[in-house]
Ligand binder design. Structure first.
Ligand code: P6P
Length: 335
């Protein structure tokens, strides 16, 4: 059977779901950039790409060399094609303006160029997360694109995906009609469709959370996690396993593959920081993918995709994955 590459899948989506040609081109360019990032990540110590830059990003987090490299790969790949009106990244304080020498397009690309980068130096899976929005009508405005153009709820995403750089490099993608998984065939140099219709199992016996933060959690989360730990002798009447890779892409990929519930709750350490994960380029794209795969995603009190963003780098609590568990922990927040 001939293998369906990402390019063929996108062409077929254009025919069957009227996927616009410039969106198809955007996804192809992002996929090509992820191949370049995969190559750079795989070199590790061979190419002196490990370790830190000695700088901090807008989040106040130490920037790894590969964080900066991955960000530059995505900017350089996407800025010239004429499909974007602007870009935004975890690694950049301000929105990225398309240079005047290039044409501008209809879309906004928002990304975390290398999520989980604290794992790079210990050779654990990391990934790239991306979200695609339409640029609002600028009514003829020609100056710099302001942050407000990006501040759209997750329901406005036209595409979202991630690349995971693990034992295999994979690209998971949704255009709003299901979730597809593509595995990089390094001999072909193409992403090949290997997971045609990814679904999150509605129930699970596996949860993902950083337990070292337990003393900082709010009461509903304390109650829920204690019930998970109580196992079959507790109110949930089944035993649960725990996994925490501390790389959102890897934890979410596991959940898409075999189910589970992922949590990064708000905690009491810093009221100004309602959780660690960023809405625009972590929570929103991952929530779009999870919902398209039949799962659920909330911030504990509301659907993540319905949140109206107030700033480009805002953080939100995240509960996502198997619907039964997300609905349960969300219900506890309402009690
Ligand atoms: P912690 C990686 O830095 C990240 O943003 C996510 O990929 C991951 O889920 C989370 O932070 C891990 O956080 O506090 O467990 O190191």
């Amino acid at each position: 059977m001939s293998r369906i590459t990402l390019s063929r899948y996108l062409i077929e989506q254009t025919r069957s779901h009227n996927t616009p040609a410039d969106l198809r081109f955007l996804i192809e360019v992002v996929a090509r950039a992820c191949k370049a990032i995969s190559h750079a990540v795989s070199k590790g110590a061979l190419d002196d790409v490990l370790g830190s830059m000695g700088t901090e990003n807008v989040q106040g987090e130490v920037q790894k060399k590969l964080d900066v490299m991955s960000n530059e790969i995505l900017l350089e790949a996407n800025e010239w094609g004429g499909h974007l009106a602007g870009m935004a990244s975890e690694e950049m304080d301000q929105a990225y303006q398309i240079p005047g020498r290039y044409p501008k397009g209809a879309y906004l690309l928002v990304f975390d160029p290398l999520d989980g980068s604290s794992n790079i130096d210990v050779n654990v899976s990391v990934g790239t997360i991306f979200s695609v929005l339409r640029c609002p009508d600028r009514n003829g405005a020609t100056g710099d694109l302001g942050e407000e153009a990006f501040l759209q709820p997750g329901t406005k995403q036209v595409a979202a995906g991630y690349a995971i750089y693990g034992p295999q490099t994979m690209l998971l993608l949704t255009l709003g009609n299901g979730v597809k998984g593509f595995t990089l065939d390094r001999e072909l140099g193409s992403f090949v469709l290997t997971h045609d219709d990814i679904k999150v199992p509605e129930t699970t016996q596996e949860f993902a959370v950083n337990m070292s933060n337990q003393r900082h959690w709010e009461a509903p989360v304390q109650r829920y996690v204690n019930e998970l730990l109580a196992g079959e002798s507790g109110p949930l009447e089944k035993n649960y396993n725990m996994r925490w890779i501390a790389s959102m892409v890897a934890d979410v990929h596991r959940i898409l593959t075999r189910g589970g519930v992922f949590m990064y709750p708000r905690d009491g350490r810093d009221p100004a920081m309602p959780g660690k994960l960023r809405l625009m380029y972590e929570a929103n794209p991952m929530s779009f993918i999870i919902e398209q795969a039949g799962g659920a995603a909330t911030n504990g009190t509301q659907r993540i995709l319905d949140i109206q963003p107030t700033s480009l780098h805002q953080r939100v609590p995240v509960f996502l994955g198997s619907k039964e568990e997300v609905e349960r922990v969300t219900a506890y927040h309402q009690e």
